[in-house]
Design a protein around this ligand. Structure first.
Ligand code: BTN
Length: 245
């Protein structure tokens, strides 16, 4: 077991990703070191957004990895392995969940978890990756306009946060070791099968235009593959939005 063998708990912190980054630049932490907290003052989300959540109810976790075995052209495999692990851990409590490209886990049209992977590359060499994972576990109420839910709201029961965290470590270890062992296809297959809207005709928006297309998968650079008007098209994150709900 690599991930979670060494844990650091800090009651309150600005951001576990930020803390993990500082740890990597100041010391040489063991691979798999996991930092978690009860509350983040400045939790970071994707695209420079903030990640907010209540105190002592959710999971706010960052894991330090050194995925130097991954060629840069396959860098997105790490993202797939992480998304799949979070998906598997949530599906163990509530099976009707999906992975929403690029970094979210959705259930019943609402977001239950978000992932923020911050890579540190030198040239084309991977130095480290900080894997930030936020899972809404026991939060019951969300701010107006936020399309989110929690495992509690989905299952109507209190989630044991420690048991959930340990299960997540198990899934992360399994899938991280799989990509390290070169088992790309098996990770890709299960990841793709559980994508929100896989093989369905779905609504998307790119460059201000709305359209429908069939979702076929995600390549190992992270581009979403769609069949649009009989043609295969690849979209990178930032250009395309999958419309949910
Ligand atoms: C997103 O969906 O926007 C990604 C959210 C990632 C949030 C987690 S919580 C633990 C870790 N520390 C952070 O500051 N962010 C990530």
């Amino acid at each position: 077991m690599i991930i979670g063998q060494k844990e650091i708990f800090i009651e309150e912190i600005n951001s576990t990703n930020q803390y993990a980054k500082e740890l990597v630049s100041n010391t040489k932490p063991f691979e798999g070191t996991a930092i978690f907290t009860d509350y983040q003052q400045q939790g970071r989300g994707q695209n420079g957004n903030v990640w907010q959540g209540t105190r002592s109810e959710n999971l706010y976790l960052s894991v330090i990895l050194y995925p130097r075995f991954l060629a840069i052209q396959n860098h997105y495999l790490l993202n797939k392995a992480i998304c799949l692990s979070v998906w598997e851990s949530i599906a163990a409590y509530f099976p009707e969940v999906q992975i929403k490209w690029p970094n979210d886990i959705y259930a019943k049209g609402e977001k239950v978890a978000g992932i923020l992977i911050e890579n540190n590359l030198q040239g084309s060499n991977w130095q480290s990756a900080i894997v930030g994972i936020g899972v809404n576990l026991n939060q019951r109420v969300f701010p107006e306009g936020i399309n989110a839910t929690s495992l509690h709201n989905l299952t109507k029961r209190e989630i044991d946060r420690t048991a959930y965290r340990k299960l997540l470590y198990k899934k992360l270890n399994k899938n991280y070791l799989a990509i390290r062992a070169g088992q790309k296809e098996s990770i890709d297959r299960v990841y793709t099968k559980n994508l929100l809207g896989y093989q369905e005709v779905h609504a998307f928006e790119a460059d201000g235009k709305k359209f429908t297309a069939q979702l076929l998968g995600v390549d190992n650079q992270g581009n979403l593959c769609l069949e649009q008007e009989g043609q295969l098209k690849y979209y990178r994150h930032g250009r395309l939005r999958q419309v949910v709900g």
